[in-house]
Design a protein around this ligand. Sequence first.
Ligand code: NIG
Ligand code: FE
Length: 412
Amino acid sequence: MKWVIQHIKQLVNTRTNSIVVRGAELSQLPIIDHAFLVIENGIIQAYGSMHELTTEHTSGAEWIDAAGASVLPCWCDSHTHLVFAASREEEFVHKINGLSYAEIAAKGGGILNSAQKIALASEDELYEQAMARLHHLMKLGTGAIEIKSGYGLNTANELKMLRVIKRIKETAPIPVKSSFLGAHTYPLDFKENHEGYIKQIIEEMLPVIAQENLADYIDVFCEDGFFSVTETKRICEAGIGYGLKPKIHANQLHASGGVELGVQISAVSVDHLETMNDSAIQALSKSTTIGTMLPTAAFFLRMPYPPARELIQANAALAIASDYNPGSSPSGNMNFVVALSCIQMKMLPEEAINAATINGAFAMELDREVGSITVGKRANIIFTQPIPSLAYLPYSFGTNLIDKVMINGQFI
Ligand code: NIG
Ligand code: FE
């Protein structure tokens, strides 16, 4: 099937080469005004300005009139906990009443609460729930996603979560990456026996994960009260031994050295970054590791936002993602992530869009498939409602301006 999409008001993030954008380059968002786009068998074949459209482009094609819509590559959401068994709005109310995220976790709420619910759910139930969430997100423009385990916290339930993610990967129409986050928190019976749980991760879980090809990445919640830098390093190195690259939760609540460790072990990304000091900013900015900021988690937990401007100034490569999870970001709407990045982190619309598309793709090593309008990439694209300019997207936060979404060249 061949499509020619004509009369696109603005065709956004057109790139001949797929490269990670860092520092000042983040504000360079290539756009073609009044453009066409040719898609064949779900893949981008050609694009350009309307006056460059030739019969070679159009022969044998069906026409789609974009009628003034702008077209963007789909959002690449590189950090989610999409598989979970139950919402946690009771903790939301506790937070309104004054408890902190750490206090709720210490009372057995938080991640442990989600782990209890996962233990009771079947693979089928978890799969159905997660697929329903995924379809909702695709309609909001998400065209590639990473999903973590981490609510299992024992061998059987971590493997259960990862098998669910594998099934999503095999059946979803968009690219999916899987991260093993067995080290999300210490389960209650291992609170005083860190060694015992780390051994379970390394000796029981990892060998099966590798054997069944259940994960692409190894993740650890590197944080005071969760996994120390030394523990994180040991777990990541064990994962690396099984072919999993690190992508870690770092510097959310404290600047405890997680970012520096991530850089040292060549993590694909270090994620969160609410609490950055000079050493962490410098380490990240001089590395190829991507800094993934999760502004909706900071918003929901009423925490300071990651210092996006300082990181851009220091030349870091930055992505933004939703962190969709029932505890700290119960929304996977990337449109709001983009808006919040502009409103609260003072990112320019161009910077936020690059961070949510091309750099998000790099943060999942999907840069050859998605993240920009590039010949040979998947036609996973967003059609906006008529908008006066691109800045209107984050400006009118909370309004759904996604008119249609195409995945692999087909409207969903
Ligand atoms: O990325 N920070 C750790 N993990 C999640 C929260 C998980 C939860 O509360 O269920 C996060 O914010
Ligand atoms: Fe997370």
